[in-house]
Design a protein around this ligand. Structure first.
Ligand SMILES: [Zn+2]
Length: 164
């Protein structure tokens, strides 16, 4: 993955170390909007990344708190893939990106901020976005656009509720 300049990521890494409760597990317990949850399936869910690499950066994670991909049951693997397809459809529809980066970071050495709860990153990409990113470095700009992003995506994800 090409490195995007995302200074708020270091704040995120620090926060994850400090927080005792896993934010993915927490997101399932609190109000959907507060947890930034976009779609819940039976075994997995889609969540908006609070510290995005790019606008519309979502993650797909199993509901079960586990770190080892090899321990995922087949139903969960399938549902994560279904949710990934839905996410790609929704992101294409809402933001018309030119491409996507998809991937897991397994282990801190691979860049995982949260290494105890497996999650698949889906990052929309636009031509020239690596040049555009520094413009978005102010926290205020990000938190505003995060709210708007959640609202726009939630609306589009709603149609897929109950489809899994
Ligand atoms: Zn967890």
């Amino acid at each position: 993955m090409k490195i995007l300049w995302a200074p708020w990521r270091s704040e995120y890494i620090k926060k994850v170390d400090e927080e005792r409760e896993c934010f993915l597990c927490r997101a399932l317990k609190v109000d959907e909007r507060e947890g930034l949850v976009l779609l819940k399936g039976k075994r997995a869910f889609v969540i908006l990344n609070k510290y995005p690499y790019n606008n519309g950066h979502v993650m797909v994670a199993p509901k079960k708190h586990l770190s080892d991909y090899l321990l995922l049951d087949q139903e969960s693997v399938l549902e994560i893939h279904k949710l990934t397809q839905i996410s790609l459809k929704v992101l294409k529809e809402v933001y018309s990106p030119h491409g996507f980066n998809l991937g897991y970071n397994l282990g801190r050495v691979a860049g995982a901020g949260l290494e105890t709860h497996l999650h698949l990153h889906i990052v929309p990409r636009w031509n020239g976005d690596t040049n555009f990113m520094p413009v978005l470095s102010k926290t205020k700009v990000i938190s505003f656009s995060l709210e708007k992003t959640y609202k726009d995506l939630k609306e589009a994800f709603k149609r897929w509720e109950g489809s899994l």
